[in-house]
Ligand binder design. Structure first.
Ligand code: PAF
Length: 286
C-alpha cells in the first residue's frame, strides 16, 4: 500500500494505475476504521483493479457544537487495517489539500431538499459539508466507482443525486451495513458508548426489525408504527431524534401503493448519536 498526503502524488499514482489499464475504486472515510470499512475496501476490489481510500475528518460536515475535535483519530491502526484489507493507495490529506483557499472560502456543493430532511433537519449544514468534501475528493481521486455504506442511507442517496445532477462519470455503489453479532451497526461513534449504553444500543436495530414486521401487516398505520417505535426507544433509554418510514428512491413519505420502503432512525444514547435503517420491500398483497 502506498500512502500519499498531497494531491499531486495522488494524481500521479492514479495516472499510473490507469495507464496500466486498471479501473479506480474509491472509498472515502473519516478514519477510525472498523470491519464496516474493511467490507467497503474488500468490495471495492470486486469493481476495480486499484483501490483508493481516503482518511479525512471533514470539518465542514460538523456543526458548531458537534464532535469534530473529539472525533476518534487512529491513523496508525487505520494504515494497518487498510493495508491488510487490500487498499492500494491511501490518501491522507490535510485541510490545505482539501480546501486550498480555506474552508470559509470553499465553493459549496448542495443537493437541495433531501439534504434538509431527517438527519439534515437535526444537523443543519451537515450534508452540504458531506457533498462538498465528496465532490472535492472525487475531483482529486477521479474514481470510476465509489463505494458507500448503506448505514448512512441518506448520505448514499445524496451522493447518487449529486453524481447524477453533475454528470459525474462515477458508479456509486451502496454496501450493506456490517453489524456486531447482537445487531448493532458498526460505527466509529459506538466508541462513545459506556458499557451500560453498549448493552442497550442493539435495541435500535431490534426496534427497526419489530417495526418492519408490523409494516408488512395489511393496512399498517405508518404514523402509529413510527410513534410506537419512538416510545420503545425512549423506554429502552434512548432520546430518539426520529423514526421515519420513507420511500427508498427519494426518502419522501410513502404514497399508497409504494412498496420499496426504508425505516430510518436516529437516537441519542449518552453522548453518542446513533443512526440505523432497514429496507422493507412489501409484497404486492402487503
Ligand atoms: O461517511 C463518512 O465517513 C463521511 O461522511 C465521508 C463520506 C467520508 C465524507 O466525509
Amino acid at each position: 500500500m502506498r500512502a500519499v498526503t498531497d494531491s499531486a502524488a495522488l494524481a500521479a499514482a492514479v495516472r499510473a494505475a490507469r495507464a496500466a489499464g486498471r479501473r479506480i475504486g474509491f472509498v472515502p472515510t473519516m478514519g477510525n476504521l472498523h470491519a464496516g470499512h474493511r467490507a467497503l475496501f474488500e468490495r471495492a476490489r470486486d469493481h476495480a483493479g486499484t483501490v483508493v481510500a481516503s482518511i479525512y475528518v471533514n470539518p465542514l460536515q460538523f456543526g458548531e457544537h458537534e464532535d469534530f475535535q473529539g472525533y476518534p483519530r487512529t491513523l496508525e491502526l487505520d494504515r494497518q487495517l487498510a493495508a491488510a484489507a487490500g487498499v492500494d493507495i491511501l490518501f491522507v490529506p490535510d485541510d490545505a489539500q482539501i480546501y486550498p483557499r480555506g474552508r470559509a472560502a470553499q465553493t459549496r456543493v448542495e443537493v437541495p431538499g433531501v439534504s434538509d430532511i431527517l438527519c439534515g433537519q437535526s444537523r443543519p449544514g451537515h450534508f452540504r459539508g458531506v457533498t462538498t468534501v465528496v465532490n472535492r475528493l472525487f475531483n482529486l481521486v477521479t474514481p470510476d466507482v465509489a463505494l458507500f455504506g448503506k448505514k448512512d442511507y441518506q448520505q448514499w442517496l445524496l451522493i447518487r443525486l449529486m453524481a447524477g445532477d453533475l454528470g459525474m462519470p462515477i458508479d456509486i455503489v451502496g454496501i450493506d451495513t456490517v453489524r456486531a453479532p447482537d445487531g448493532l451497526a458498526l460505527s466509529s461513534r459506538n466508541g462513545y458508548l459506556t458499557d451500560a449504553e453498549r448493552a442497550i444500543a442493539p435495541r435500535l436495530y431490534a426496534t427497526l426489525v419489530e417495526c418492519a414486521g408490523r409494516l408488512h401487516a395489511p393496512g399498517a398505520d405508518i404514523p402509529a408504527l413510527e410513534a410506537s417505535a419512538r416510545e420503545a426507544l425512549a423506554a429502552a433509554g434512548f432520546r430518539s431524534d426520529y423514526v421515519s418510514v420513507r420511500r427508498q428512491a427519494d426518502l419522501a413519505a410513502p404514497a399508497p401503493g409504494d412498496r420499496a420502503l426504508v425505516i430510518l432512525a436516529a437516537a441519542w444514547l449518552g453522548r453518542a448519536r446513533l443512526i440505523d435503517n432497514l429496507e422493507v420491500n412489501l409484497n404486492p398483497a402487503g
